[in-house]
Design a protein around this ligand. Structure first.
Ligand code: 13P
Ligand code: SF4
Length: 356
């Protein structure tokens, strides 16, 4: 491990300002330690877009690197250490499903439909959203993005994550008659009327977050006095309701970091992230907080990025720069999707930054 860490540092020295390495919070702790910055998916999209380096070596899953590539300038290269780092949720809808679902929703509803796509998706569906004047959202801003369209009197086609959708609907105070599920068979849930429906939710899910149960929350509360439960909004609705706080990975980190020394946290999200939080803020550190997973559920796709693969990517960038080889694992987005996807991503940023 030490040898490979030295190697990576040496490669980074050789490349200097020509490479920047962003990492998602779910990356292995040793990968995060060698990155230039770590964040939730919103922060990473915004920060990656500000970079002027020739190469962005994105440590995360493919849809995240794709988002960075959409926002990057033409002469920048976005590379991912592991091309096979996918996201099963992002695979739960494609452009053709999205078009058909949108048509079906537009048929049953009298309102204008704004498509809102979770960042955890590929460029084809982000582009579809841009085309239809919708926006991307992430877990940190789903509430703000959804409120924006609902305040204009529009209804949402929210996809692909049902849980983020229903948990956002709950935060908005929507009632059961104001929400409808649309299945992957393209059938809208039966309702007496769709006149009141403000959110049509695709029924995709994240298997990493779906496994947490109310029983896990209760067991943690029983085991630890004064425990606070914090979960990601991709968790099931009953789990979010039984927890104290829900939020994006950055919001989880901030809550734990800013809590009093000695606080006790039960966390419902990817295990590698919780492990890093426990190492940074847990017993044996000056913060002395107790940070326990509600259940051990790692995102195996995030885990695919190892130090070896990071070193391999840096080596490939060096060789490419020196004209000694091809650039391996570069993320390229089809031209036909770029403008629409960029429009949807920029709409998200403008709404979050109150520019709309
Ligand atoms: P965040 O936007 O909270 O970082 O979440 C990304 C993700 O993939 C959660 O599963
Ligand atoms: Fe996808 Fe779930 Fe992994 Fe997030 S945790 S990247 S939603 S599989």
């Amino acid at each position: 491990m030490e040898k490979i860490i030295e190697q990576i540092k040496e490669y980074k020295n050789i490349l200097g300002n020509s490479v920047v390495i962003p990492a998602h919070h779910y990356q292995r702790p040793e990968v995060v330690a060698l990155s230039d910055f770590a964040g939730d998916s919103y922060m990473l999209a915004v920060e990656a877009a500000k970079q002027t380096s020739d190469f962005i070596l994105f440590c995360g899953v493919r849809f995240m690197a794709e988002g960075a590539s959409v926002l990057a300038s033409e002469n920048q290269h976005v590379v991912i250490p592991e091309l096979l780092a996918g996201c099963p949720m992002a695979d739960m809808i494609n452009e053709s499903h999205a078009r058909k679902a949108f048509e079906e929703i537009s048929r049953v509803s009298k309102r204008i439909i704004a498509p809102v796509v979770y960042m955890n998706s590929y460029a084809d569906v982000k582009s579809f959203c841009g085309e239809h004047d919708g926006a991307v959202c992430t877990s940190s801003n789903a509430l703000k993005i959804s409120s924006h369209f609902i305040a204009k009197g529009e209804s949402l086609f929210f996809f692909p994550d049902y849980n983020l959708g229903i948990n956002t609907a709950d935060s908005l105070g929507l009632k059961e008659n104001e929400v409808a599920r649309i299945g992957r068979d393209l059938k809208v849930e039966d309702k007496e009327s769709y006149d009141d429906v403000k959110m049509f939710l695709w029924d995709g899910f994240c298997h990493v977050h779906k496994v947490f149960t109310v029983g896990d929350v209760e067991a943690a509360r029983e085991k630890y006095d004064n425990i606070s439960i914090i979960v990601h909004p991709e968790c099931n609705r009953d789990v979010v309701k039984s927890s104290d706080i829900s939020g994006s990975t950055a919001q989880i980190l901030n809550q734990i970091r800013d809590s009093k020394p000695g606080s006790v946290w039960g966390v419902g999200t990817d295990y590698n992230f919780i492990d890093r939080l426990a190492r940074e803020y847990g017993p044996g550190t000056e913060h002395n907080k107790t940070i326990v997973p509600l259940r051990i559920s790692p995102c195996v796709n995030m885990e695919k990025t190892t130090l070896q693969k990071l070193a391999f990517s840096l080596e490939s960038i060096i060789e490419f720069r020196e004209g000694r080889g091809e650039l391996k694992s570069e993320i390229r987005v089809q031209q036909k999707y770029k403008d629409g996807a960029r429009k949807a991503l920029n709409s998200m940023i403008e709404i979050v930054e109150n520019k709309r």
